[in-house]
Design a protein around this ligand. Structure first.
Ligand SMILES: Nc1ncnc2c1ncn2[C@@H]1O[C@H](COP(=O)(O)OP(=O)(O)OP(=O)(O)O)[C@@H](O)[C@H]1O
Length: 298
């Protein structure tokens, strides 16, 4: 005869569950409190996202971080792109390790210009180790990156997000207290700008301020005639930013030296300060500083 309870779900144990729940609640509250404490000493927290993958979001995050540091600001960067962590390589610190202090805190890796860097990449045993995590684990990892790392006093924390508006974006929106705003990276192609519109609408849905859009791979500056060639089309980023009512912070050229430096694990902005892309990053950093430091939000 079939049992009335085919899944053999045991009946609830009223005395045990509340105690366990209380313990879990206490742990969650303690973790949230830790994040609040750690983030109190970080003035501006900026998430960098893109609607689509491969548009150069990590390149932009890493080089914007260096440009902000070159402008005299203290900077940290947290890479929450768990499935494709490329910030360490783009900052030239790949292969280094996070260390623990005697109080259980995590010491970030120190990158160029003294930037504090945290990424899952520092914890992976091998180059080809995939991160196979569901949303809940990524949420916990983001909590640890925010609450357990010794960030110290920082003016800027750049949060390099994975492409799209999935679990990580929601976790960051939920966990980072007083998120200063979001910067959205795009390339001048129709498919990318469509995806960006989704990111902008996502930011609006969660009430995050959009600091602006950065158009990457905007044009190729031909070395023989020094003229810009708009490979993916001209003016798309500007048009899209105007349509969506957000500022276009800058346009980074497509340059084989960028790809080469990133592939070699060289920090591009530091190594090629006179390249037009680096100069544009400096201009973008100055605008970001102007926008966030002149608003009262912290
Ligand atoms: N302006 C540029 N000129 C030339 N190559 C570039 C430029 N920007 C990025 N790249 C190259 O494009 C590739 C993708 O860059 P990146 O990893 O930053 O993109 P992403 O949007 O973060 O990708 P993902 O979707 O994996 O998170 C890299 O090989 C990088 O070197």
């Amino acid at each position: 005869m079939m049992s009335s309870n085919p899944f053999r779900i045991s009946s609830p144990q009223p005395q045990k569950q509340p105690r366990d729940l209380r313990k879990v609640n206490q742990q969650v509250q303690a973790a949230d409190l830790k994040i609040q404490m750690k983030m109190k000493t970080v003035k501006y927290k900026i998430a960098v996202l893109s609607g689509k993958g491969g548009v150069g979001k990590s390149f932009v995050s890493s080089n914007l971080a260096m440009a902000l540091a070159a402008a005299g600001r203290s900077v940290g960067i947290v890479d929450v792109d768990f499935h494709g962590p490329s910030v360490p390589k783009m900052l030239g610190v790949r292969g280094q390790y996070l260390t623990a202090d005697d109080k259980g805190g995590i010491n970030p890796v120190i990158g160029p210009f003294g930037i504090k860097v945290v990424s899952i990449d520092f914890l992976l045993p091998r180059d080809d180790t995939p991160v196979v995590w569901r949303g809940a684990i990524k949420h916990t990892a983001i909590k640890q990156f925010l609450g357990d790392v010794n960030w110290g006093e920082l003016e800027y924390l750049i949060i390099d997000m994975p492409p799209g508006t999935g679990d990580e974006a929601l976790s960051v929106a939920q966990l980072v207290p007083n998120l200063t705003g979001m910067i959205i990276v795009t390339i001048p192609s129709e498919v990318s700008t469509l995806a960006v519109k989704k990111s902008i609408n996502f930011a609006k849905t969660i009430n995050a301020k959009i600091l602006g859009v950065i158009e990457n791979m905007s044009y190729f500056l031909c070395p023989s005639d020094n003229k810009p060639y708009y490979i993916f089309g001209e003016g798309k980023g500007k048009q899209m930013a105007e349509e969506m009512g957000v500022p276009l912070l800058g346009q980074i050229p497509l340059d084989p030296i960028v790809a080469q430096a990133n592939d070699l694990g060289e920090p591009f902005f530091l190594k090629y300060p006179d390249n037009p892309a680096s100069k544009e990053f400096m201009r973008i950093a100055e605008q970001v500083i102007h926008i966030v430091e002149n608003s009262n939000q912290q």
